[in-house]
Design a protein around this ligand. Structure first.
Ligand code: SF4
Ligand code: SF4
Length: 379
């Protein structure tokens, strides 16, 4: 495992962090034996940064992490987040932090992030004296580093960065989203101000980790790229930036984890060759030309009152349009979203609109679900 150091952080952190947002599931619940096995593989391989948050897995991710870290808590840096959208009073701030400490079975959280800040949420939190709360929590030893995660435009990002000497910020970055939200420009800006940068969605919710498409075989050959999927390229593109402290991968299976750990062995800054960078460019062009929905599978839009599994619907649509294999995706879609499974298909949407304001990518979900239904729910 390789490690990097962020300016205001005392510890060296593994360049791969374990994001507990897409843990393996069984019958709609976290598949705990497999997830624990993944936690063990991660720690044994030198991963020392574990990330969770209140909404992940319907509130059960923090509870899982609390259990999984019993006996090994001191081997890792633990990150979780204040659910900024649920804060309506000053007391809410204390309530969430105290409950998180309890659920995580720890006396301190190393990295405490204001979760998914946007202009509106930041303004709202300021009304309740959020930075005073954070500093008092730090003075009391409940949290160690003061951080935020972000989903909004670059100007808002700069404003938030300028407002405080943040220890770390967490932003979305991948080779498809280099100029989206904070993007590369935001990453450089934060780094220039001494704020550490953690990357989320390095593979755009799995959209990048597809088998190397036929149209990219030549570029792959020129770059001497031997991996079966684009995941390695996507991760190494992120690590290629010296400003990046670490990236979080929301791994859902032990195999993904071992593959990512393998990639992390080569994650040194500024090591992608010109041919590999050309390969990234070709991949980006292909993706952009084929993607139907900029969904990152973050699941903030869930739960839908009708049970529509929105990210799954969009993943199938994008995978089909990127791979060109519509029949396989139709089969997968109807298998995953049918029978006794939890998720419903796009056709179950009644267009109530409840999901759309929750989407950080501002996707017109209702309209796009109609495309999904038209593609996969007709004979
Ligand atoms: S608009 Fe459709 S998908 Fe969105 S919450 Fe309502 S029913 Fe669910
Ligand atoms: S539709 Fe939006 S909120 Fe829902 S998973 Fe995709 S990006 Fe996230």
């Amino acid at each position: 495992m390789l490690y990097r150091k962020m300016p205001r952080i005392a510890e060296e952190l593994s360049i791969l962090g374990f994001g507990c947002m897409r843990l393996p599931t069984r019958n709609g619940e976290i598949d705990e034996p497999t997830a624990v096995r993944m936690m063990n593989i991660a720690i044994e391989s030198g991963v020392n940064y574990i990330d969770t948050a209140r909404p992940y897995h319907g509130g059960k991710s923090e509870l899982f992490v609390g259990r999984a870290l019993k006996g090994v808590r001191d081997k890792v840096q633990l990150a979780t987040k204040l659910p900024s959208w649920l804060v309506k009073t000053r007391e809410d701030l204390d309530f969430h932090l105290n409950e998180q400490l309890e659920q995580l079975q720890t006396d301190h959280i190393d990295f405490y992030l204001l979760h998914a800040l946007s202009a509106g949420r930041w303004e709202n939190l300021l009304k309740f004296g959020v930075m005073d709360f954070m500093e008092k929590a730090r003075a009391a030893g409940k949290i160690r580093y003061i951080c935020f995660s972000f989903h909004d435009g670059l100007e808002t990002f700069k404003k938030i960065i300028d407002s405080y000497a943040w220890d770390m910020c967490q932003i979305q970055l991948n080779f498809l989203d280099d100029d989206y939200q904070a993007g590369v420009a935001g990453m450089k800006y934060a780094h220039g101000k001494g704020t550490g940068v953690v990357i989320m969605e390095p593979l755009k919710g799995g959209n990048i980790s597809i088998p190397v498409p036929a149209d990219l075989q030549n570029a792959a050959k020129a770059a001497e790229y031997q991996k079966p999927t684009l995941a390695d390229l996507g991760l190494r593109w992120v690590w290629n930036h010296p400003e990046v402290g670490l990236l979080l991968s929301g791994m859902s299976a032990p195999e993904q984890m071992t593959q990512n750990i393998e990639s992390a062995k080569k994650g040194l800054p500024e090591t992608l060759t010109p041919k590999e960078l050309d390969f990234v460019k070709a991949a980006k062009n292909l993706f952009v030309s084929r993607m139907k929905v900029p969904c990152t599978s973050c699941a903030y839009c869930k739960p839908c009152p009708q049970g529509v599994d929105i990210p799954q619907c969009f993943a199938n649509l994008n995978n089909a349009s990127i791979s060109g294999n519509w029949e396989a995706q139709k089969t997968n879609y109807n298998y995953v979203l049918s029978g006794d499974r939890d998720g419903r298909r796009a056709g179950a949407c009644v267009e109530c609109g409840a999901c759309e304001p929750k989407c950080p990518q501002h996707i017109p979900i209702r309209e796009k679900l109609k495309e999904v239904a038209a593609a996969f729910e007709t004979d």
